[in-house]
Design a protein around this ligand. Structure first.
Ligand SMILES: [Zn+2]
Length: 191
């Protein structure tokens, strides 16, 4: 997992792209704020767009927001290592798993289970990586806001990490991923 979620990659995208730096998608940049956290910004910019009469579905698609639960949400990784790379996390800006209230932690695990099912349904992978980097020294790209990475894996798909991670052509664009996962979660029914 250290090899998968390392800070150097965040540094690379941070310098390269405004969305990576702020967490705010181009379509949502009417939001005037900055909470200093890409995940808090992501949610706030979606809420702002909806409050200012953007259709919820459109705003959520723009942000790659797949599921909104009561205490947590699931969003796409804007710079995925592989198709289907998503993150589940609390709305609350908390930097430790242990800091999550019990009901938030419980729901996060429920969402992890649903994410596994949704990824299974859409991608039929051979396996999964689910994991958290907690704290900067552990490799967390966004150390202030705990988040659970989830991605489907296939036998033999690891070689790209050490070779062409930055330039790998993803087989699917983010909007397609968003649509497929959104549908898969909906088909799973309510939590
Ligand atoms: Zn945050």
């Amino acid at each position: 997992m250290d090899h998968l979620w390392t800070p150097w990659r965040y540094a690379y995208v941070t310098s390269a792209d405004e969305t990576a730096r702020t967490g705010v998608a181009p379509a949502l940049r009417a939001w005037p704020g900055n909470l200093g956290c890409i995940f808090c910004n992501l949610i706030a910019s979606v809420d702002y767009a909806i409050a200012n009469s953007m259709e919820a579905e459109k705003a959520e698609a723009a942000a790659g927001l797949v599921v909104r639960a009561k205490y947590n949400f699931v969003c796409l990784n804007a710079f995925p290592y592989t198709s289907g790379h998503v993150m589940a996390m609390p709305y609350a800006h908390l930097d430790r798993l242990a800091a999550l209230p019990a009901e938030t932690a419980q729901e996060l695990m429920d969402l992890a289970q649903r994410t596994e099912r949704a990824l299974e349904r859409v991608y039929h992978p051979d396996g999964f990586n689910f994991g958290m980097n907690i704290g900067q020294s552990a490799g967390a790209g966004v150390a202030g806001h705990v988040h659970l990475h989830a991605m489907p894996r296939w036998t033999g798909d690891t070689s790209f990490i050490t070779t062409v991670a930055e330039t790998r052509v993803l087989p699917e664009d983010l909007e397609t991923t968003w649509r497929r996962l959104r549908l898969a979660f909906a088909e799973l029914g309510p939590a």
